[in-house]
Design a protein around this ligand. Sequence first.
Ligand SMILES: C[S@@+](CC[C@H](N)C(=O)[O-])C[C@H]1O[C@@H](n2cnc3c(N)ncnc32)[C@H](O)[C@@H]1O
Length: 194
Amino acid sequence: MEQQIKQEILQLYKQLKEEDNQKENRLEKWRNLEPESAEFISIIIRTQQSKNVLELGTSNGFSTLWFADALNNSKGKLTSIEIEEHRTELARNYLTNFKLIDNVELLTMDAKDFLVQATPIYDIIFLDAERKHYVEYWIYLKKLLNKKGSLLIVDNVISHQNDVKEFVALIGNDKDYIVSTANIGAGILLVTKQ
Ligand SMILES: C[S@@+](CC[C@H](N)C(=O)[O-])C[C@H]1O[C@@H](n2cnc3c(N)ncnc32)[C@H](O)[C@@H]1O
């Protein structure tokens, strides 16, 4: 990422974090990915030369900006799913302002509805939505991880360990998958097929 853009995006993160600090209700917060996690995933996109990335939980598009920039390098595209229309539109505005909208498809819909009909074309799936639904997503995520080399990345597995306990155990007990936790940002789970 160009230094100038990186500085602007980090400044934006600071502003969005300050907005979150003013809000009481968790669901009203933007809950953006920590920059170090976003940068880590953008390095994976560049090294994997990912062609198709799926993000579940766009919010205002902070993580989307990082992924879109990395996908410019790999000539890939991103599909990002968000349930709240106004968040999708905010993300569209940020991506447009940073000139990163061209390789991004933003959809306002329930992540599960998307997963039910999705086909296994994704090199990376980034899961960052409502944690209580993750267990029911696993059957569909598994289907998408059938593409050789596909990687599932899940945020908040250290910061919200209890919320994802059942989900992480479900994957851990499935002998077809390898799992690793990276202590970056809020804790990132990496999952791929054996
Ligand atoms: C943690 S935030 C995502 C943060 C974003 N990835 C970022 O780093 O900027 C979670 C988002 O998931 C959205 N969400 C919650 N339930 C969802 C669902 N069932 N389907 C799609 N999006 C959902 C929320 O509205 C919220 O914007």
